[in-house]
Design a protein around this ligand. Structure first.
Ligand code: 2NL
Length: 335
């Protein structure tokens, strides 16, 4: 720097510093750059100090003029730095808010609603028909005693249904129920007749899996006990039910045998020109009523049982029971 510096030169330098500093502050992209700029401009070894270092070369009259100008510049630069810092903070906050904003009016992502499994809709349809005929829905435990599952139903000690080959035993006297009849026995113990109940539920038999058998399946049984019930009531009820479910098609009864009904019958429907066996039924055996303390001379009744899988398969033309259990959406979405 030359030994003789004029007031004018010094003032020009301060003006130049003002213009450059203002441009640099405006251009600073982030807050950290502003701090570096503040040190470079206003720090002890900063550019303002450097200009003022030459002040000593001015006369005593000129010095205060430059001093005042320098102080104003210092305040201006501090204000500029502060404003820019504030602007950068606001921009950063606005950016953050844009990124975190939540549009509560945006449509939701697509979630398929799904629907009930065909076995459930079939069960509900069957139960609804009986409910319409005045039957109450009853349910009971899947783990049963051999008393409720067999003995109370007049199934003799050496009947093959009791065999380990055919039933899942948990202990010597408890098992997975093989039908929902125990629900009806339990209900009769607690409720005096007249009784009309429908008992849907899951049942278990020790069968190998094939196209028509599953060790776990679903049943609906119905029971009516009253004074004066005879086979015509059974026939009328079962026929009404089957025609409500399958449509107005031919129904026939064939003599059969169950330990818990006498007489007993299998029931067929003529479905698409072919006779198909769909359920079993009969008049409740007097021995079952006596076991419950009911006088068979006063009370009589009928019962019927059906497999839900079979009803579902016939109705929908399903060829293999396993399709109902494998949760394949290509199959299930057809219902
Ligand atoms: C079938 C046949 C049947 C019954 C179930 C029953 C229940 C009580 C008393 C007497 Cl508490 N009987 N149930 C009667 C006849 C047939 O089911 O093929 N089921 C799948």
């Amino acid at each position: 720097m030359s030994a003789t510096i004029t007031l004018q030169q010094l003032t020009d330098q301060l003006d130049a510093l003002e213009a450059e500093a203002a441009a640099e502050v405006r251009a600073a992209p982030v807050a950290a750059d502003l701090e570096q700029l503040r040190v470079a401009l206003l720090g002890k070894k900063g550019r303002l100090s450097a200009v003022l270092g030459a002040m000593g070369k001015l006369s005593a009259e000129e010095r205060p003029l430059v001093g005042q100008r320098a102080n104003r510049l210092k305040e201006q630069l501090q204000a500029l730095l502060g404003e820019r810092l504030e602007a950068l903070r606001e921009a950063a906050m606005a950016e953050k808010l844009r990124g975190e904003s939540l549009d509560v009016t945006a449509p939701s992502r697509y979630v398929p609603a799904g629907h009930r499994h065909p076995l459930i809709t079939t069960t509900e349809e069957i139960v609804d028909i009986f409910a319409g005929l005045g039957y109450r829905v009853e349910e009971g435990p899947e783990v049963e005693t051999d008393h409720y599952n067999f003995t109370a139903l007049n199934i003799p000690p050496h009947h093959p249904a009791r065999d380990m080959q055919d039933t899942f035993y948990l202990t010597t006297s408890t098992l997975l129920r093989t039908h929902t009849s125990p629900v009806q026995i339990r209900h009769l113990e607690q409720n005096p007749p007249p009784v009309r109940i429908v008992a849907p539920g899951r049942v278990y038999r020790r069968d190998a899996v094939d196209a028509t058998h599953s060790p776990v399946f679903h049943q609906v049984e119905v029971l009516a006990i009253d004074e004066g019930l005879d086979f015509s009531h059974l026939r009328g009820t079962v026929t009404t039910f089957l025609q409500a479910f399958f449509g107005d098609l031919p129904v026939r009864f064939r003599a059969s045998y169950f330990p818990f009904t006498e007489p007993s019958a299998e029931v067929d429907v003529q479905w698409r020109g072919r006779w198909l066996e769909v359920m079993g039924c009969g008049m409740v055996d007097p021995a079952v009523l006596e076991g419950l303390g009911l006088d068979p001379e006063r009370w009589s009744g009928f019962a019927a049982g059906l497999g839900v899988e079979r009803f579902c398969m016939v109705r929908h033309g399903i060829d293999d029971i396993r399709r109902l259990y494998t949760s394949d959406l290509r199959f299930l979405e057809q219902f």
